[in-house]
Design a protein around this ligand. Structure first.
Ligand code: GAP
Length: 490
């Protein structure tokens, strides 16, 4: 093996701003409707982002359905009967406490406002004060003490970032669901919601799937799909969006077994983040919920250390029989399962795993992004920006680059691509110097680059370059496909 670099390499801590700029420049993520100055908290995935997202979705789907004997996947509609959301509790409970600044008219989620202030305290080395503030906030939110929350904001002199004043309204609850009308004539139209979670599409299909699939408890139903929330303070790039994608699995179990299955899925999901997503253990942690959602008797977040700190990536919730019980009550249709092992009919309990696909994309990019500098053998400086995306998730797996545009080299390169492209995405490029082409592939995160040169015509060998180490090997072109396939298998 040879290396084209020598000396020290430094990894800069990535800032969110660098990552956002890189994601745009290399076709990963664009602001939605950018030519009209964008739409807040809505994003579009470009050619590389869409493929990365698909690879992550496929990896989740494989783990959660194909590799499980008793979990099946469905694809329910975004629009659901409006009573669904009454039954699920979202109409009455899916709201966040908000506060408005009377001078700027700007509205804030109180927890975000207080957390942002705690972050400033941290930066000013007032760590203890920051922790005390967060603890106090969590206590007050857990008891819905909104007067106490307002007082906490005033006592800490927390100001609106726009007006710079402390002139706050009372704290009020705002529902996060988007609504629209079904039907063409406004008077006859029914108010319906864009689903704020995909889970309800699973609950209302519980019996359809159980009966048609002859499923026996315990069993799971998984699905991926869009969800919509009118997030008031939407920030931190694709971390908090108004339109996003969830990947959820509801695991139906016997009442009384929820503690055991909750512990099981907590561990399984953490294992997936480490083994399939290749997130380092030190960037992952569990965080127990202080305030439980209206449907849960236990809940924990898998948190990831994003460039802006530890934040929720996935939620694991013990949802009891709340959802099926409520759908039974509102639809007047039994949502029961006859368990012939114990001769009992019951409404099953549910353990839910719910992960945000966009947050997984952000975590992957944050973990992969590195700005590197090193001293070359001749004493000069060199640098690159690289996305060290794991090979199984990288949008393009292999770049094939003819050294020149003539002498039959492009034809050999195309032959290599033709032999590989039905198995994984490849990229062909003949413009610019080979060094520049390598750098572009590093920036996109392509793990392998093969160069076809004049020696290839003589002995059929090519140079294969590895993105992460920048080392190169000379191998026969017939070995290329196998090498890539081996690297992308998880
Ligand atoms: N069915 C349960 C449920 O929806 P949640 O904790 O509200 O639970 C689950 O959401 C996951 O969905 C979160 O862990 C997060 O990854 C993702 N998510 C939630 N709101 C989001 C938003 N506004 N933007 C991006 N992802 C979001």
């Amino acid at each position: 093996m040879t290396s084209n670099k020598a000396g020290t390499m430094t990894y800069n801590a990535n800032t969110l701003q660098n990552l956002i700029a890189h994601a745009k420049e290399y076709g990963y993520i664009f602001q939605s409707s950018e030519i009209y100055d964008g739409l807040a908290a809505v994003y579009d995935y470009g050619q590389n982002g869409a493929q990365l997202k698909k690879n992550i979705r496929d990896a989740w789907w494989k783990t959660m359905t194909q590799l499980q004997e008793n979990i099946v996947g469905i694809d329910a509609a975004i629009f659901m009967h409006p009573t669904t959301w009454k039954a699920s509790g979202h109409v009455d409970n899916f709201s966040d406490p908000m506060i408005d600044n009377k001078d700027s008219q700007k509205r804030y989620r109180v927890d975000h406002l207080i957390e942002a202030h705690a972050e400033i305290l941290q930066q000013q080395s007032n760590k203890l004060q920051a922790e005390a503030l967060i603890q106090r906030m969590e206590k007050l939110l857990a008891t819905d003490d909104f007067a106490g929350i307002k007082q906490l904001i005033i006592d800490n002199n927390i100001k609106c970032s726009v007006s710079g004043t402390c002139n706050w309204t009372d704290v009020r609850q705002f529902n996060l669901m988007f609504s629209t009308e079904l039907g063409s004539v406004a008077e006859d139209a029914n108010l319906i919601y864009l689903r704020p979670e995909t889970a309800q599409g699973i609950f209302v299909n519980f019996l359809n799937v159980q009966k048609t699939g002859r499923m026996k408890i315990p069993f799971g139903i998984a699905q991926t799909g869009k969800a919509f929330r009118n997030e008031i303070v939407a920030r931190q790039f694709i971390f908090r969006m108004r339109e996003f994608e969830q990947m959820e699995m509801q695991y139906f179990i016997r009442p009384g077994s929820q503690k055991e299955w909750y512990a099981y899925w907590k561990e399984e999901r953490m294992k997936w983040h480490k083994e399939v997503m290749s997130f380092p253990a030190e960037r992952l942690q569990f965080h127990d919920h202080v305030k439980l959602a209206h449907y849960a008797d236990a809940a924990v977040d898998v948190e990831f250390n994003f460039p802006f700190g530890w934040k929720e990536l996935e939620g694991i919730h013990s949802r009891t029989d709340y959802d099926l019980g409520r759908h039974q009550e509102f639809s007047k249709k039994k949502q029961q399962y006859y368990d012939n092992e114990i001769n009992l009919s019951y409404v099953p309990y549910v353990i839910e795993t719910s992960v945000g696909l966009d947050r997984l994309v952000l975590a992957t990019l944050s973990n992969a992004y590195a700005e590197e500098k090193w001293t070359k053998e001749d004493g000069g400086e060199d640098s690159r920006v690289v996305l060290r995306i794991p090979a199984n998730l990288a949008p393009t797996k292999l770049a094939v680059l003819p050294l020149t545009k003539k002498d039959g080299l492009p034809e050999i390169a195309r032959d290599i691509i033709n032999g590989c492209k039905s198995s994984f995405p490849c990229f062909y490029e003949e413009k610019d110097s080979i060094g520049k082409r390598y750098r572009r592939m590093d920036a996109i995160g392509t793990p392998f680059a093969v160069t076809v040169d004049h020696q290839t015509k003589e002995d059929g060998t090519v140079t294969i370059r590895y993105r992460d180490t920048m080392t190169q090997d000379r191998i026969h072109m017939s070995e290329v496909k196998g090498k890539v396939l081996e690297a992308i298998a998880v």
